[in-house]
Design a protein. Structure first.
Length: 93
């Protein structure tokens, strides 16, 4: 059984600096680096035989929810998930 080697090929493009900076910020916002984003794009192009999809940033409320959850997970904030816990929190503060 012959296994295909996964050779790498460098892809270079001259793009507008502001465009690249903005795109890299979007990649960061969705948890990707440039190589991962381009690899995902290339794979989807091949799978769909065309230009396939768009990645979008989280909405402002989704970003806020993500940040709050990180702080809750880190123990910086308490999660108040009942009226009783809210009443106790408000009474003590």
């Amino acid at each position: 059984m012959d296994m295909k080697s996964h050779e790498k090929k460098r892809v270079q493009a001259n793009l507008d600096k502001d465009l690249v900076d903005q795109a890299e910020q979007v990649f960061n916002d969705v948890g990707l680096n440039t190589t991962s984003a381009l690899t995902a794009f290339y794979k989807k192009v091949v799978a769909t035989d065309g230009i396939p999809f768009k990645l979008t940033r989280l909405s402002p409320s989704e970003q806020l929810e993500r940040e709050i959850q990180k702080k809750i997970d880190a123990g910086q904030y308490k999660k108040i998930d009942s009226e009783e816990k809210l009443a106790k929190f408000l009474k003590n503060n």
